[in-house]
Design a protein around this ligand. Structure first.
Ligand SMILES: NC(=O)c1ccc[n+]([C@@H]2O[C@H](COP(=O)([O-])OP(=O)(O)OC[C@H]3O[C@@H](n4cnc5c(N)ncnc54)[C@H](OP(=O)(O)O)[C@@H]3O)[C@@H](O)[C@H]2O)c1
Length: 333
């Protein structure tokens, strides 16, 4: 298979052979993350080599590192394992049958979900079908923050068929998924009510939601009944919010670990309820990148940590207090 490495040849540089990565070395606390250097896998004719500038950090990365959930079970004999599903960067080599991308293109994608991961890496080999072109006026930070969280928000709203005029309650409106879900729901002309702490209320209002401080009391006493609940908290917080839903209303509960429990409790109240597992969609990623480019979708980035500070990045996401998204800034040699 011939690989186009003309960018390196014209600059009299050798194409990269190895990549630095941040890996889970053992299940446990954030300090089990460690840098490693590995050979870059050989590309097939349909694949693209991306020099990653930014990788998204998602709660699932920290849960997997802690040994929780399906991705951890599947990878328990496969450590060290490199997490990371969101990437944005530049194409540095292409397989001979790659038609959609050229060297130098700015790209982003939701890759290796759920079992492969691999985004916390200087270089990533990706299928061309997994990547989107990043519009010129969209930063690579924004493009790396969007895929997993944006597609989760998009698919959650589709799952419960949110319609114009409906009252939609979004728990954890200030988080990675929540702040995007608010904007996607208001774009469907739903009336959005979203929960957050005092410090995030103005942020939610700017995004188009009626903001409610969940510290002020039971949600059922603070919020008029809603048609739809988008539960981004799960467990007891999600269960308590079921009381805000009108008889016959719809619920989607996003944290997978407590989804069965929340659904059972919702169904016992006569509500229709389901969980979801996000599924990568380039079509949705392209649509959201276009909205960002047009100024119709705002992506909030809380903090960007160097790859060497992955421990701090995981501690931040595990705080449960992130406004928007956490990123790793990755620099190639
Ligand atoms: N099923 C799937 O495929 C899928 C996909 C993506 C995500 N998920 C799951 O969905 C959940 C949300 O993900 P995320 O990325 O949005 O998380 P995140 O960014 O870590 O969420 C942080 C936000 O949670 C808010 N929060 C904390 N406690 C709260 C409470 N009691 N009430 C309301 N808001 C509260 C915080 O707001 P304040 O600081 O204002 O309190 C903070 O802004 C996670 O459990 C994640 O694993 C599942």
């Amino acid at each position: 298979m011939a690989t186009d490495t003309s960018a390196f040849n014209s600059a009299h540089l050798e194409p990269p052979t190895h990549t630095q990565q941040l890996a889970i070395t053992a299940f446990g606390e954030a300090k089990t993350l460690a840098l490693q250097t590995q050979p870059i896998p050989k590309m097939t004719s349909q694949q693209v080599l991306v020099a990653v500038n930014f990788a998204g950090v998602n709660p699932i990365d920290a849960k997997t590192r802690a040994g929780l959930g399906w991705a951890a079970q599947q990878n328990k004999d496969n450590l060290p394992w490199v997490p990371g599903y969101d990437i944005a960067g530049q194409v540095v080599a292409i397989g001979e049958q790659v038609t959609e991308f050229a060297i130098g293109d700015r790209v982003s994608g939701f890759i290796g979900f759920p079992l492969q991961g691999g985004g916390y890496s200087q270089y990533v080999v990706a299928e061309q079908q997994a990547l989107s072109h990043v519009p010129d006026n969209v930063t690579l930070e924004t493009a790396a923050a969007l895929p997993l969280a944006g597609q989760t928000a998009w698919q959650a709203l589709e799952k419960v068929k949110v319609k114009a005029g409906e009252r939609v309650l979004i728990l954890a409106g200030a988080g990675g998924v929540g702040h995007l879900a608010i904007q996607l729901a208001t774009a469907k002309q739903a009336q959005v009510i979203a929960t957050a702490s005092q410090a995030n209320l103005a942020f939610l209002t700017e995004l188009g939601a009626h903001a409610v401080d969940y510290h002020q009391g039971a949600l059922v006493d603070l919020i008029e009944p809603v048609d739809v609940l988008i539960d981004l908290m799960g467990s007891e917080v999600g269960i308590a919010a079921l009381e805000c839903v009108k008889a016959g209303g719809r619920v989607v509960t996003i944290p997978t670990i407590t989804a069965d429990l929340v659904c059972q409790r919702a169904e016992a109240l006569g509500l229709s309820a389901c969980g979801i597992l996000v599924s990568p969609s380039v079509v949705q990623n392209n649509a959201m990148l276009e909205r960002v480019a047009l100024g119709q979708l705002q992506v909030e980035i809380a903090q960007s940590f160097p790859l060497s500070q992955g421990v701090q990045a995981h501690q931040q996401i595990e705080s449960g207090r992130t406004r928007g998204k956490v990123l790793l800034a990755v620099s190639a040699p």
